[in-house]
Design a protein around this ligand. Structure first.
Ligand code: FAD
Length: 298
C-alpha cells in the first residue's frame, strides 16, 4: 500500500528542524532512517500531514568517548555504532547494534529513531537502561536531559513534546573491571526479539559485585528494571544461586504479553534463562574475556 500524501521538508539545520516542527503543529513528524515510520505510513496506521526529514542534519551522526562520557548522536545508525571503536571497550553496545535486524535496516535505522519509537520490543531502550543513559532532547525552548529509565512512558509513548527532537544519547564511561552483555531471543535475524535481557556490572576481586544495572526487553509496555533485583546482587559475591534469585526477582515484575511469538509463561521462562546467561557473559567480560556477543535463535 502507498502512504497517504504528505508534504516533505528537508531543513538544513537542527534549529530549522525544531522551528519547522513547532510551526507545522502536531500533524507533522520527524523522519530519520524511516525503518519504523515508513512501514507505519505504508500500512496507513498514521497519516501525518508533513514529514520533516532530519536524516541529513549535520553534526548528529557521531559516536565517541569524550571527557569520561560516551556521546552518541541521534542520527548515528545501528551500523555506525556497531562498527565504532566504542564496541571494543563497551561490548554490550556491539551486542545490541550488530544484532538488530539485517544489514539494510542497520545501515539506515538510527539510535535516536529507536528510542523515540518506544517500540516495546526495540533493543536500544532496554540496553540503554543498563548503562544509565540520558537522552538529550531539543525543543524550541532549549535542551533538557531525560534519564532513559524515565524517557518511555508507555508503549510507543515517550516524554518528547511534539516539536522536540532527540539529539544525543549520553552515559558515563564504565569504570575498570566492568562488563556487560545483552542477549535477545529471536525467531530470525530480521525480526524483533521475542524477549531480551541486559546486564551491565562492575566487579571487585573474587567476583564481588560493586555496581550493577539490569533490564529486560519485550517484557511489558516499557523496558523492565528492578532495583530489588539489583540490590540482591550489589555488594555480594556473584554465585549461580544468587543470579537465579535476581532473575526471579526481575522476571517477577515483567509483564510480557501472550501473542503469536509465545505465551506469557513461555516468555518468562526465556527471560529467566536469557538473564542468567547475560549475567555470566557480563562477568566474563568484566574479567577481561573478549567474548563476541550473539543472540539466541529459535
Ligand atoms: C524488518 C525490520 C526489522 C527490525 N528489527 C529490529 C530489531 O530487531 N530490533 C530493533 O530494536 N529494531 C528493529 N527494527 C527497527 C529499526 O531499528 C528502526 O531503525 C528504529 O526503530 C527506528 O529508527 P529510524 O531511524 O528508522 O526512525 P524512523 O522510522 O525514521 O522514525 C521512527 C519514529 O521516531 C521518530 N523520530 C525519529 N528520529 C527522531 C528523533 N531524533 N527525535 C524525535 N523523534 C524521532 C519519528 O517521527 C517516528 O515516529 C526493525 C525494522 C525493520 C524494518
Amino acid at each position: 500500500m502507498y502512504p497517504a500524501p504528505f508534504n516533505y521538508h528537508r531543513p538544513g539545520s537542527l534549529d530549522e528542524a525544531v522551528g519547522l516542527l513547532a510551526e507545522l503543529g502536531d500533524t507533522a513528524k520527524p523522519l530519520a532512517g524511516g525503518q519504523s515510520l515508513i512501514p507505519i505510513l505504508k500500512l496507513r496506521m498514521d497519516e501525518p500531514s508533513d514529514l520533516v526529514d532530519i536524516a541529513r542534519l549535520p553534526g548528529l551522526h557521531f559516536a565517541r568517548s569524550e571527557g569520561g562520557a560516551i556521546r552518541i548522536g541521534a542520527l548515528a545508525t545501528h551500523a555506525n555504532i556497531g562498527r565504532s571503536p566504542l564496541v571494543e571497550d563497551i561490548p554490550i553496545l556491539g551486542d545490541c547494534a550488530n544484532g538488530i535486524a539485517d544489514a539494510q535496516v542497520r545501515a539506515r535505522g538510527t539510535i535516536g529513531g529507536s528510542v523515540s519509537s518506544a517500540d516495546p520490543s526495540a533493543d536500544w531502550p532496554t540496553l540503554l537502561c543498563t548503562l544509565d543513559a540520558e537522552i538529550v532532547c531539543r525543543g524550541s525552548n532549549g535542551s533538557r536531559n531525560v534519564p532513559m529509565r524515565d524517557f518511555i512512558r508507555d508503549s510507543y509513548t515517550t516524554v518528547l513534546g511534539q516539536a522536540e527532537l532527540v539529539t544525543e544519547i549520553r552515559f558515563k564511561v564504565p569504570p575498570a573491571n566492568s562488563g556487560g552483555a545483552y542477549i535477545g531471543y529471536k525467531k530470525s535475524a530480521p525480526a524483533y526479539p521475542t524477549a531480551s535481557a541486559g546486564v551491565q556490572l562492575t566487579l571487585a576481586d573474587g567476583n564481588v559485585c560493586q555496581q550493577v544495572r539490569l533490564a529486560l526487553g519485550a517484557s511489558g509496555p516499557r523496558p523492565v528494571t528492578s532495583e530489588e533485583a539489583e540490590n540482591l546482587l550489589r555488594g555480594k559475591t556473584l554465585t549461580q544461586a544468587l543470579l537465579e534469585q535476581a532473575a526471579e526477582a526481575i522476571v517477577e515484575v515483567s509483564d510480557p504479553p501472550s501473542d503469536s511469538r509465545g505465551t506469557a509463561g513461555f516468555k518468562r521462562a526465556i527471560l529467566h534463562s536469557l538473564f542468567v546467561k547475560a549475567a555470566h557473559r557480563a562477568m566474563e567480560r568484566a574479567g577481561g574475556s573478549r567474548i563476541v556477543g550473539r543472540h539466541e535463535y529459535v
